[in-house]
Ligand binder design. Sequence first.
Ligand SMILES: [Zn+2]
Length: 56
Amino acid sequence: MRCSNCAHHDLVAIQLTIASEEVAFYRCPRCDARTWTGSTGELTRDGVLELVRAGR
Ligand SMILES: [Zn+2]
């Protein structure tokens, strides 16, 4: 996993489960870009918010 913004390759990965969906969150320590991926591929910020809402 590389940062899509600055190509830094040592991203911080956090695995979580939101609304029984396996979600991975990557943060770039260099430029602070954030990327979310779910079972269907990359998630938009809105997509993540929808999962959070569905999980409540
Ligand atoms: Zn970066």
